[in-house]
Ligand binder design. Sequence first.
Ligand SMILES: [Zn+2]
Length: 306
Amino acid sequence: MTVLCVDFGGTEIKLGMLDDANILTSATLPNTGNEADLDAVRDAAFRMSTASESPIDAVGIAVPGVVDRKRGALVAAHDKYDWATGRDLRVWATETFDVPAVIENDARAALLGETTFGCAAGETDAVLVTLGTGIGTAALIDGVLLRGAHDHAGILGGHITVDIDGPVCNCGNTGCAEAIASTWALRRDAAADPVLAAALGTEAQHLGIKDLIAHADHPVVAPVLDRYLRAWGAAIVGVCHAYDPDVVIVSGGVMRSADVLLPRLTEYVHSHLWSSSFRPPLLTPDAPEHSVLLGLSAAAPRKDLP
Ligand SMILES: [Zn+2]
């Protein structure tokens, strides 16, 4: 079965044609932040289907926000996807490609991908934390992806308050981990702090967390990276206290620097967990850029089923 997987990310849209874990072909489109992106996805998907001689049997769509699974709609993303909010993307996919479709929160899809095909394959109790533009989380308990009564369960771990005196988050809460340690938080802070911006050597609006890591030895940057690690660690401790996992998957492009980040995160988490809590290993995917596509391939409805 060939699944067209579409990952609507913060800065780009990733497409893949997958047969289970096998990526037949993939492409990347810019996220322009408007509805015309759907036309670009449609055109690219048909080109990929033709080039790989693989008819599309199902579609999986991931979005960076809360998904109302009953309505097939993005409920709230707080950034870049105003055009999609409230729109039934499952209907769009079904009508465009004439196949069944599924829509999922991107962190839940990534967790499903990594526990089905990836670095935590076979695990039934796992949490995923993805670090980058924002902080996404998801939880799998007893083999079931946590959704809750209103589809919000498990995915708001980045919005655990880690500093009650911290900055107001774009979600409306105060001192969320994401409001302290994410790409958008870094750009906000660097724009307000010329000394930090100069130390990072990049204009504030183009900064990424990789710039913090690249300048980690700078005396101005080192305490900032340390604060990021503690904020991420506190959020991971929070989701571990909530969900009691056997394994924690830490993902996101920033984990290309896993050799720098994972030991420090693991040390923070293991030293701050409840005394009798299991100390789960922190893992990072071999190819974090593929986690979501793999999960959508696993979640996609089969054509021959209702
Ligand atoms: Zn928040």
